[in-house]
Design a protein around this ligand. Structure first.
Ligand SMILES: [Zn+2]
Length: 433
């Protein structure tokens, strides 16, 4: 994320101090460990001020100072300031149509807890999914406490149109949700949880995680495409997440690129996700009775099977992958013409079988984008896969520390009341995500 030195208007000495603490912390996050002298140069602040700010951040447990050997450097390691904050965690929770993924990251980006559980979310309904999510969060918090850590915030990542101010999912066609107040409902189930809860669109959260992977580069224009049953995009333009007028930016899965005879969950037909979503791949690859459609096998197991059979020369699967790759390239070319990204990252299921498609996708993009060499657009596979949205949620939860480091000096003890058990249909189905 870009440093924003001087972007706020402090009203008094204490708020100036808070702003400067955040500036130093963000520089360490974005640019890595550095000496106090380097921080003074980066911020334009006097060295005595930096010494005082670093001392306060050390006392808050957010940074440490010590000898660090820089990559490629020779001789004695220098004394550098670096992020610490191992006792502070942000929690990201992705609710997808097939699983709930809980991931806690420390301030340094270390995974302190991770668990993914299967749920047939569309069939279960919002109440059952939120019960399941609350229990998963409770397990996470208990594990963090056992390790002497505490959560400072939690962000839900949901595949739909979000109202972040109200904490609601306005419309999530894949889940069948309309106007679900997810933040309020989760808070009610967690009752006394003394940390901030928020909600974000899953593709946007995933894009934040992917963008964190290219820190320290000059890449500032990126499109991250989620590959699940639905297709969405998180768009980073000039280093900023693009939301649009009412947060709708990135709903690329419903671009009308396909046949009018193929119905979409949104109620229309011919949407891009009916051509390149997970269901399209499986439908084209095998008939209904094939093991690839057997939900009792986990999704990763089925994707590994599909990959193995394609490599073994299964003609129908190879043809299916070629067709999806062509349609994927077509949609990416359209996005590249409009947005001119430096990179398009393919996440979700694409990370499992995309190596069999990527050459064809790249060829179509080069062929269809108006600008020479596709306007410099590179298409690559995500390294995060299905973990991107939860990881992005955790980064968003941690962002509060960077906005006001002094507010996170002590972590309140967390006490959670267990949510009511749900015994209805569609509850957790282990291995079926
Ligand atoms: Zn649609």
């Amino acid at each position: 994320m870009a440093n924003d030195v001087g972007s706020t208007q402090p009203r008094d000495r204490r708020s100036i101090r808070r702003t400067n603490l955040g500036v130093v912390l963000r520089i360490l996050r974005d640019s890595g460990p550095r000496s106090r002298a380097q921080i003074a140069t980066d911020t334009g602040l006097p060295k005595p001020t930096i010494t005082s700010l670093v001392a306060e951040l050390v006392s808050l447990g957010l940074v440490s100072e010590g000898p660090v050997q820089r990559e490629g450097a020779v001789g004695r390691p220098g004394t550098l300031v670096h992020l610490d904050g191992h006792h502070i965690c942000g929690i990201g929770v992705e609710i997808s149509t097939t699983y709930v993924h809980v991931l806690a990251l420390t301030l340094t980006g270390e995974a302190a807890y991770e668990h993914r559980s299967a749920i047939a979310a569309t069939r279960a309904g919002a109440d059952a999914v939120l019960d399941h999510t609350a229990r998963s969060v409770q397990d996470c918090v208990t594990a963090l406490q056992r390790d002497g850590r505490g959560p400072i915030g939690l962000t839900l990542a949901v595949p739909g149109v979000i109202n972040r101010l109200l904490g609601t999912v306005q419309y999530a066609p894949g889940l069948g949700w309309r106007d679900v107040p997810v933040v309020g409902e989760l808070r009610a189930r967690l009752r006394s949880a003394p940390f901030r809860l928020a909600v974000e669109n899953d593709a946007k959260a995933g894009a934040i995680a992917e963008y964190a992977q290219v820190q320290n580069t000059d890449m500032r224009d990126m499109i991250c495409i989620t590959g699940e049953r639905g297709i969405g995009a998180g768009i980073i333009s000039d280093g900023r997440l693009l939301r649009g007028r009412v947060g709708f930016a990135g709903e690329v899965g419903h671009m009308p690129l396909g046949s009018k005879h193929r119905n979409c969950v949104c109620g229309r037909s011919g949407c891009w996700e009916t051509m390149v979503g997970l269901d399209a791949v499986l439908r084209l690859a095998a008939d209904g009775g094939d093991d690839l459609h057997d939900l009792s096998n986990g999704l990763e197991t089925r994707l590994a099977d599909l990959h193995r059979r394609a490599e073994a020369g299964d003609a129908r699967i190879r043809k299916a992958l070629d067709r999806v790759a062509d349609d994927l390239g077509l949609g990416i070319a359209l996005l590249a013409d409009v947005l001119n990204p430096g990179v398009v990252v393919l996440g979700g299921y694409f990370t499992h079988i995309g190596d069999l498609m990527i050459d064809r996708v790249r060829h179509t993009v080069r062929d269809r984008v108006m600008a020479p060499d596709a306007g410099g657009c590179e298409v690559r596979l995500s390294a995060l896969g299905f973990a991107a949205a939860a990881r992005g949620g955790a980064y968003l939860a941690l962002d509060a520390v960077y906005q006001d480091p002094s507010a996170h000096s002590e972590i309140s003890p967390v006490s959670l009341c267990p949510p009511p058990l749900h015994h209805g249909p569609g509850c957790a189905v282990p291995g079926n995500w």
